[in-house]
Design a protein around this ligand. Structure first.
Ligand SMILES: NC(=O)C1=CN([C@@H]2O[C@H](COP(=O)(O)OP(=O)(O)OC[C@H]3O[C@@H](n4cnc5c(N)ncnc54)[C@H](O)[C@@H]3O)[C@@H](O)[C@H]2O)C=CC1
Ligand SMILES: CC(C)CC(=O)C(=O)O
Ligand SMILES: [Mg+2]
Length: 353
């Protein structure tokens, strides 16, 4: 039986992961594959209980697991710790790096029944179906960083090796070839040397994928185009921080950041996590939208276990619940039926039947 390590983390992470586990258990009930869920500590919760954001025990369990489901980390309680010890750097970035999870897939697909939930006009968001492929273990978040004196200063470094760029861009071409055949490489090559290097490598790889139409776009323009005409995009491949920022932006095309699921992959080793954070402002109140995490569970079935039919059953169940007018508060408009986190998880389980 495959082992899934569940790392709820902090804030709403503790509320949304049980809903995803519930849905995974329900979709696999009576099937030949079932999953064995184990639990571990990460982030602030791990600092409090084990003295470290990524305890050795958690890392060992993650290495041994067949897949990992992660909630979110961080919160005001740990914001004053030295950066390397904080839940974000010492926990989340550390586990991504330790497992070499270099490819972060973030699907942005407009569900017709959510068109009215978006802050953008219907004609802008309908037909949006894109994927952001974010490089996850290099770039600005992992380069050398530090402080200087005289004058007082601080720096972060954006560095990529050839191999790091090649493997993510190659994946972008493969993904685009299986979708609508369009790859947009987002960079800042008019300013950054690392982006010029990224572009050179991308152009070279493109020669092996004549069926894929490659375009390049500066990241500032990409942010604008994502709200101007998002349906123009198929697959976007980009640097770590650019992808982080663009996917929060793109989440509002779907109505809420609570809708963006993600898979962080290295081959078929995968960690599945919503794109959002620990949302301290709503944590502990049964208000969080669990659908991004539930949909991340569907990605786990697809990418780690090859259970495409079960993955689609979860996705269809989510659509049915939304079609029936059920919404968590982040998505709700007047006249819709507002559910809490747990009730939304239950509704998805019911809709699987
Ligand atoms: N993957 C992770 O674990 C991430 C962790 N963080 C951490 O989370 C903490 C809060 O960061 P923020 O910048 O506020 O980002 P955030 O994504 O946690 O929250 C931003 C806004 O979106 C709302 N929101 C987020 N997820 C939601 C959901 N599922 N349902 C309904 N509303 C939701 C929040 O209530 C808040 O108003 C920080 O400590 C930050 O470092 C931030 C981003 C990702
Ligand atoms: C700690 C952050 C880098 C996490 C984040 O914002 C993300 O992965 O989207
Ligand atoms: Mg982010």
């Amino acid at each position: 039986m495959p082992n899934v390590l569940v790392l709820p983390g902090d804030g709403i992470g503790k509320e949304i992961t049980p809903e995803a586990v519930k849905v995974l258990e329900a979709v696999l009930k009576g099937r030949s594959t079932s999953l064995n869920f184990q639990y571990g500590l990460i982030g602030g919760a791990a600092i409090d209980e084990a003295g470290k954001a990524l305890p050795d025990e958690t890392l060992a369990a993650a290495q041994a697991a067949d897949a990992i489901l992660l909630g979110s980390v961080g919160g005001p309680k740990w914001d004053t710790l030295p950066a390397p010890q904080r839940p974000e750097l010492g926990g989340l970035l550390a586990i991504r790096k330790a497992l070499s999870l270099y490819a972060n897939i973030r699907p942005v697909k407009m569900l017709p029944m959510l068109v009215e939930s978006s802050t953008l006009r219907a004609e802008v968001v309908e037909n949006v179906d894109l994927v952001v492929l974010r490089e996850l273990t290099g770039g600005l978040y992992f380069g050398e960083k530090g402080r200087g004196t005289n004058p007082k200063s601080a720096f972060d470094t954006l560095i990529y090796t050839e191999e790091e760029i090649q493997r993510i861009v190659e994946m972008g071409f493969q993904m685009a070839a299986k979708r609508r055949g369009k790859l947009c490489s987002v960079d800042k090559a008019n300013v950054l040397e690392s982006s010029r290097f990224w572009r050179e490598i991308t152009v070279e790889i493109a020669k092996r994928y004549p069926e894929v139409e490659l375009t390049h776009m500066y990241v500032d323009n990409a942010a604008m185009q994502l709200v101007r005409w998002p349906a123009q995009f198929d697959v976007i491949v980009t640097e770590n921080m650019f992808g982080d920022i663009l996917t929060d932006l793109a989440s509002m095309l779907m109505g809420s950041i609570g809708m963006i699921s993600s898979a962080s992959l290295n081959g078929n080793k995968g960690l599945y996590e919503p794109a959002h954070g620990s949302a301290p402002d709503i944590a502990g109140k049964n208000l969080a939208n669990p659908l991004a995490t539930i949909l991340s569970g569907a990605l786990m079935l697809r990418y780690s276990f090859g259970l495409e039919e079960e993955a689609q059953r979860i996705e269809r169940a989510v659509e049915r619940v939304l079609q029936a007018g059920y919404r968590t508060p982040d998505l709700a408009k007047s006249g819709e039926k507002v559910l809490g986190t747990r009730e939304m998880g239950n509704a998805v389980v019911e809709a699987l039947k």
